[in-house]
Design a protein around this ligand. Structure first.
Ligand code: WT7
Length: 646
């Protein structure tokens, strides 16, 4: 693979004004390695503690004494750090600016003082419904300000939030309610996205049929749609009218859980990734400050959904902990037209825009005109997250969107890592299109070969992290052993990321994508096993194997090989039915892009599906299928190649 030779040096203006320059980065990194505890305790000073921690990391990735704890004698409250502590200095500054789906509608603004009142009120509503410290609250909301209020309200009273993306189906929602045993769900009558309505309350009703433990549903009136209200349902505005706007924050130990967020893995059902209060919040604040060089007064826009970790860390916790003004956008980047995202940038004079490569590729397809029609002079810094960015999209972002003026920070991280681990600093790091560049201070990556041998210098391998950092997940909710087995057994004593990676001669990291059975569709993680399970639930399907395939906009698309039960006939209608089936079972993001009916799948004599071959066929790379002689029936491959869908 050839890499673009070009480097983009730090712009002089950024080198001069940034909080951290190249020498500063080197010094911070060196100190974080030499004295990690002192380094992180110093960083912990970013937060307001009720009792300041005296210990930093207490961790081991070895089975015998496996544990991950940070700042464990510290006490704090996350909502106080995101709200109360800013009130004296910036009570009247906007904390959240909300841009509605429809461009003609007025934005809503909430100052820190108003945010305090909203969050306290929400917290009191939760309390009045019986929610107590440690209880899990499922949040199934569209991108409305109440979503941020709900997260912070949970944090205020020590409840553990579990946000489920509003695009997930009733079944997916039910699984997540049941897994963490939530007795209460917060939802809205409907969501709006790109001019369409999403029937959230109806989905909760559907999910409730299979979640007997669900006792209460709080419904925010978002669109005013006529929805059925049953015995377990409470309108938020009714409940809010009966409580006051002050709520004492619950003192939390740094290691008390803050939230659960479900994410797909290579096997089994989605895992409840658990983050705790002190380490996560500190890491969110630290990375938001360092990577985005945030200054008071800057308008910050992370164009993600709160249903993903990016929204948790960089719409809510990081920016608010840092006293920022965070823009929340209800809609889609390209609705009602391809220029909307840039119109929003202009309307709110956005300083930093943080988005996903998939969105950029979709916008790029519409040409430069919708971008050029807008001003964008407020933009100073650009960011990406979620998947490798192809150099072509990177250059378009840099040249057309940023007019060559704005550095692009490509942030590599995961739901599990809480915040960015590998990313440039705008004032310190020369950029290379497609590379997330170098590790942040405190982050210790390594590349290993299949046998766990450490690879040095310019090389490619599997990416592990050798030392814990405060934002690391602490467990899989309800299954600590699964946590250990999933991340710490592939390479003993190291955190395995699941990503492949190349390191170049300058020590820059180039993430090449997942090396496990996880695919990245539009920056969203999807377990192939999950899609397979959904497919085999259909009565016509005997067996299914799902792999990723290259997709121009989504990065990866979903390619499903399906073997039908005898008596069933393959047809275009059945393929369409199966796509709709998966959509209903999991959600629109899991919809297969291609379904190939296959009389047989390539299996070894012991019955193991050879995915390597299926991946190559889906990619259209049928010339180099490699050794197929170990297959139980090598002839199935010819049939698969002959009937490739594409
Ligand atoms: C996987 C994590 C990080 C929040 C959004 C996704 C891929 C993420 C990058 C990047 C290349 C990236 C990795 C990772 N990924 N960011 N900048 N360059 N790949 O979180 O759903 O937990 O997915 O996304 O493969 O393992 P997630």
């Amino acid at each position: 693979m050839s890499e673009p030779a070009d480097r983009y040096p730090v712009p002089a203006e950024w080198a001069a004004k940034a909080k951290v320059d190249a020498a500063g980065y080197d010094a911070l990194y060196a100190r974080s390695v030499a004295e990690p505890d002192a380094f992180w305790l110093e960083q912990a000073g970013r937060l307001d503690w009720i009792a300041a921690p005296t210990e930093a990391g207490d961790w081991s990735f070895e089975q015998a004494d496996f544990r991950i704890r940070w700042f464990s004698d510290g006490t704090l409250n996350a909502s106080v750090n995101c709200i109360d502590r800013h009130l004296t200095e910036r009570g009247d500054q906007a904390a959240i600016v909300w841009e509605p789906d429809a461009p003609g509608e007025e934005p809503r603004r909430f100052t820190y003082r108003q945010l305090h009142a909203e969050v306290c009120r929400f917290a009191n509503v939760l309390k009045a419904q019986g929610v107590a410290k440690g209880d899990r609250v499922t949040i199934y909301l569209p991108m409305i300000p109440e979503a941020a209020f709900a997260l912070l309200a949970c944090a205020r009273i020590g409840a553990v939030h579990s946000v489920v993306f509003g695009g997930f189906s009733a079944d997916a929602l039910a699984g997540r309610i049941a897994d963490c045993d939530s007795k209460l769900v917060v939802t809205a009558d409907e969501g709006r996205r790109g001019g369409r309505r999403v029937p959230l309350k109806a989905c909760v009703d559907e999910a409730a049929k299979s979640t007997p433990g669900l006792e209460r549903v709080i419904v925010v009136k978002a669109t005013g749609a006529d929805v059925a209200m049953g015995e377990r349902d409470v309108w938020y505005h009714d409940a809010a009218a009966q409580v006051d706007a002050d709520c004492a924050p619950e003192p939390m130990n740094a290691e008390d859980p803050l939230f659960i967020l479900y994410t797909s893995g290579s096997t089994g059902k989605p895992k409840g990734v658990l983050h705790t209060t002190g380490g996560y919040l500190l890491y969110a604040s630290y990375t938001h400050d360092l990577v985005f060089d945030y200054r008071p007064g800057d308008m910050w826009w992370c164009a993600a959904d709160i249903g993903w970790v990016t929204g948790h860390t960089y719409i809510v916790y990081g920016p608010l902990a840092n006293g920022a003004t965070t823009l929340m956008y209800e809609g889609l980047p390209n609705w009602p037209d391809a220029g909307r995202i840039w119109q929003v940038v202009d309307r709110h004079r956005v300083h930093t825009l943080f988005t996903a490569p998939t969105a950029l590729r979709a916008l790029m397809k519409e040409g430069d005109a919708p971008v050029r029609m807008t001003d964008r002079s407020s933009l100073q810094l650009l960011g990406t997250v979620g998947e490798p960015i192809n150099p072509e999209a990177w250059r378009w972002y840099h040249e057309v969107v940023g007019e060559g003026r704005c550095p692009i920070v490509d942030t590599w991280w995961q739901t599990e890592t809480g915040g960015a681990l590998i990313a440039p600093l705008p004032g310190a790091t020369a950029l290379k299109p497609g590379s997330a560049t170098t590790p942040l201070p405190g982050v210790r990556p390594q590349l290993l070969d299949e046998n766990g041998t450490v690879l040095e210098g310019a090389t490619s391998g599997n990416l592990v992290i050798t030392h814990s950092w405060p934002g690391q997940m602490r467990t899989v909710y309800g299954d600590h052993d699964r946590f250990f087995q999933t991340y710490f057994t592939t390479y003993r004593g190291k955190y395995f990321t699941g990503d492949g990676c190349r390191r170049d001669e300058d020590g820059y990291y180039w993430i090449t994508g997942r090396v496990d059975d996880v695919i990245n569709v539009s920056g969203h993680r999807m377990g192939t096993a999950e899609v397979e399970s959904a497919l085999v639930l259909h009565p016509a399907v005997a067996e299914a194997a799902v792999v990723g395939m290259p997709h121009e906009v989504k990065g990866q698309g979903i390619y499903a090989y399906v073997t039908l039960n005898s008596g069933e006939t393959a047809s275009d209608e059945l393929a369409a039915t199966l796509k709709a089936w998966v959509r209903k079972e999991i959600g629109p993001i899991a919809t297969p892009d291609a379904i190939q009916f296959a009389p047989g799948l390539p299996k070894t004599r012991s019955g193991k599906i050879m995915r390597r071959i299926l991946r190559k066929i889906a990619e259209g790379d049928t010339g180099t299928l490699g050794d197929t002689s170990t297959l139980a029936d090598p002839s199935v491959v010819d049939d698969l190649v002959a009937h490739r869908v594409g």
